[in-house]
Design a protein around this ligand. Structure first.
Ligand code: ADP
Length: 435
């Protein structure tokens, strides 16, 4: 085929098309052969006339183009579909950051950039529908293949993991090719879902104490108006609910502040032992109230890391407070500070001897509002945001959190900082699905 006006040469497309029409029309050609043969046997046709009629039919099948829409039943003619592109289109497709296919109007892949081939396991010559049997996708292609305007369609892949894509079909130049760009929307969808869940959870958490406050105000204005005893009791509960709301709002603000500076690395120098001792002292009244002793095991020399003192204080406050609250039955908490070595960064492990955490909860502990036992958390004045704050703070410090636990033997939350010699971005989401 001659060069098209889009500027590339498709040298081998015409023979390929003829061959593919012949392959597609093989049943018709076969049927025609049977008919002329029967007519010949019935003496209705002379042998050379029968042969001529059949030949003319086969040529017609090979030459007459058929507007065949793409669909699940599209026949595989991979071997007859060469890539056949000049450099510019390939180079352009290869330069794109997303999977890109060049299709012919019947839906066969004429070119796939590397990302497209590796993401969707479709080879040149395959029909797109071999791999992507999505009705909306097929309809969008169909419409563009019939000369319609460019079309965008979203679709999801469920196996092996759920992924979301947006497909963009557009005619390529004036030729009979169609470009298909596929954008991976999974991360955006996941972020959308996290945001929606977060707003729903935050509203729910605030609505409960708010409803309780409104109820008591009503009672105090009505039936309990002249009951000083009830008033005292109700005001006490209202105070608790207001405190709960205030803790929640404070944690939400902390989270949003940390998220805002997620990409700014802290620059101060912090001695982990000093921070841990300070936190342990400030939590002494709570530990005493719960009957828990907090022991610190640390080397005599400072264990310095690069960080923000206030933020790291909040991290260890959350971890040691959790260990005291949820590991209360173990009656002791051990905090171990380990300096960095040549191969590992500094670490702080907070270990309790409480009931431990069932394994299935471990990967989700740092999700916002995720709690193993909601009532237990509320009883301990928890908001469900503590470990999410820890995770985000550590990410900013290039550190990560690991959680190990055995039922009945307590839990160990370990903060691991990056190796000083080779700082690198460490995945702080190790134990978290979303956050
Ligand atoms: P909360 O405000 O509920 O304490 P966190 O984010 O700090 O929220 O912790 C999330 C959940 O993880 C807690 O509700 C609790 O179920 C569980 N958890 C955290 N630390 C421990 C621990 N040391 N032992 C057992 N469970 C824990």
């Amino acid at each position: 085929m001659a060069a098209t006006n889009s500027g590339y040469e498709e040298v081998d497309a015409a023979p390929a098309r003829v061959l593919s029409r012949l392959v597609e029309g093989r049943w018709l050609i076969g049927a025609a052969a049977a008919v002329v043969f029967i007519l010949y046997l019935a003496d209705a046709l002379a042998p050379h006339v029968a042969a001529l009629i059949w030949l003319a039919f086969a040529v017609a099948v090979a030459l007459v183009p058929r507007a065949k829409p793409i669909g699940p039943a599209a026949a595989p003619v991979a071997a007859t579909q060469p890539a056949g592109f000049g450099g510019e289109v390939r180079q352009f497709a290869d330069a794109l950051p997303d999977p890109c296919f060049i299709l012919d109007r019947r839906g066969f892949v004429r070119y796939a950039n590397e990302l497209a081939a590796s993401t969707f396991a479709i080879r040149v010559g395959d029909a797109l529908t071999f791999r992507l049997r999505v009705p909306d996708l097929i309809a969008a292609f169909d419409s563009v293949a019939r000369g319609g305007p460019p079309a965008r369609v979203e679709f999801a892949e469920r196996v092996p993991t759920e992924r979301f894509f947006a497909a963009w079909f557009a005619p390529l130049g004036a030729g009979d090719l169609i470009v298909l760009l596929i954008e991976d929307m999974s991360e955006r969808k996941r972020a959308d879902r996290v945001r929606v869940d977060f707003v729903a959870n935050a509203s729910h958490e605030l609505r409960t104490p708010l409803a309780s406050l409104a109820g008591f105000v009503e009672t105090l204005q009505g039936p309990a108006r002249d009951d000083p005893k009830a008033r005292e009791r109700f005001l006490g509960i209202m105070r608790e609910q207001a405190d709960r709301m205030s803790r929640l709002v404070n944690d939400l603000l902390s989270l949003s502040r940390i998220e805002m500076k997620a990409h700014v690395r802290p620059s101060g120098t912090v001695d982990l032992t000093t921070v841990v001792r300070h936190v342990s002292d400030s939590l002494e009244p709570l530990a005493r109230e719960l009957g828990v002793t907090v022991a610190i095991e640390a080397p005599p020399t400072p264990v310095n890391v690069t960080g923000d003192r206030d933020e790291l204080t909040q991290v260890f406050e959350n971890l040691i407070e959790n260990a005291c609250k949820y590991g209360q039955s173990g009656k002791r908490v051990i905090v171990t500070v380990t300096p960095a070595s040549a191969t590992a960064g500094a670490q702080v492990a907070v270990r309790d001897f409480g009931p431990g955490i069932p394994e299935e909860h471990l990967p989700r502990l740092t999700e916002r509002f995720y709690r193993v036992d909601v009532e237990d958390s509320r009883r301990h004045r928890g908001t469900g945001l503590g470990l999410a704050i820890v995770k985000h703070t550590l990410a900013r410090h290039l550190a990560r959190l690991t959680v190990a636990s055995r039922l009945g033997e307590g839990a160990t939350f370990t903060v691991i900082f990056a190796t000083p010699a080779a700082p690198r971005v460490v995945n702080a989401e190790q134990n978290s699905v979303t956050g």
